[in-house]
Design a protein around this ligand. Structure first.
Ligand SMILES: O=CC(=O)O
Length: 303
């Protein structure tokens, strides 16, 4: 059974896939075209990642492709339209990574408020920072990850508000039907929604200005949610207080200006990169592939 991995992942998933399948690692080939010509017809499953997704051209080059399983919760890098057209199911890795991503959101906020990551180089003189506890937190997207962030922020005594496609009355948090109002009433704005055409640049200049010079933006979702040139201007001009970013508009590139700014804390898209979570994600990818090949219901299907 031939399975194609699109990019290097954690060694655990590579080893476990290798034990069960005839595993092809795309990065061992000079190009996708070279791979497809030699082995494309044998591939029955693709394991994609946020680094190298699965686009229409890839799907078209694999005539016997039966399933796409992404080693991620997000699936904006998979051409779902094409998969639907070909009747190819797609699975992702929800739930198992929720805690880690929520932990990172809080870590970025704490790092900014307490200037943990760069206080020695920045402040030779005593310097007071704002506290995180009690700050109003606005969350864009109250799904699994948004909710986990809310629970953690609640433990810091932070009042929680949110914006999402639908009202989640059971959460007990304050709902805003538009992001601008949410930002205006928040001291920390966290992006935790799925990337779609509707949510691309959901954090635009107006939202940054509404968040204001003391406001902190945290993005642990996807880079294109935020208009990055506008973010750089807002941070440089002091219209926005700070930003904690795990994701960037054109990964793996990071804008030079962001690297230089002092009111910014950056991590290189590592929201799910703990040993335990990477192993659990690997297990879920494999469970989906095995279910598919045994004709059983998929564990975590998207389509
Ligand atoms: O970004 C990480 C993921 O989507 O799992």
């Amino acid at each position: 059974m031939a399975v194609l991995m699109t990019s290097p992942m954690h060694s655990y998933i590579e080893e476990e896939l290798d034990k069960r399948f005839n595993l092809f690692k795309l990065w061992h080939f000079p190009s996708f075209a070279a791979f497809a010509q030699a082995h494309g017809a044998s591939v029955r499953a693709v394991v994609g990642s946020i680094k190298v997704g699965v686009d229409a051209a890839t799907i078209d080059s694999l005539p016997n492709l039966e399933i796409v399983s992404t080693y991620s919760v997000g699936y904006d890098h998979i051409d779902l339209r094409k998969c639907r057209e070909r009747g190819i199911p797609v699975t992702n890795t929800p739930n198992v990574l929720t805690d880690d991503v929520a932990d990172l959101a809080i870590a970025l906020a704490l790092s900014l408020f307490c200037t943990i990551s760069h206080s020695p180089r920045r402040n030779p003189a005593p310097h007071l920072t704002p506290k995180l506890s009690g700050k109003s937190v606005g969350i864009i997207g109250l799904g699994r990850i948004g909710m986990a962030i809310a629970k953690r922020a609640e433990a810091f005594g932070c009042p929680i508000s949110y914006h999402s496609r639908s009202v989640k009355a059971e959460s007990g948090y304050r709902y805003y039907s538009n992001v601008l109002d949410l930002a205006a009433d928040s001291e920390v704005l966290v992006v935790a929604c799925t990337l779609t055409e509707e949510t691309r640049h959901i954090v635009n200049r107006g939202v940054m200005d509404a968040l204001g010079p003391k406001g902190i933006l945290i993005n642990i979702a996807r880079g294109p949610h935020v208009d990055e040139p506008e973010l750089v201007s807002a941070l440089t001009e002091g219209r926005l207080g700070g930003a904690g970013l795990d994701v960037f508009e054109k990964e793996p590139e990071v804008r030079e200006e962001l690297l230089r700014l002092e009111n910014v804390v950056l991590t290189p898209h590592v929201g799910t990169d703990t040993v335990e979570t990477c192993m659990a994600m690997g297990d879920l990818v494999i469970a989906n592939l095995e279910a598919h090949f045994l004709g059983k219901p998929l564990v975590s299907p998207i389509i």
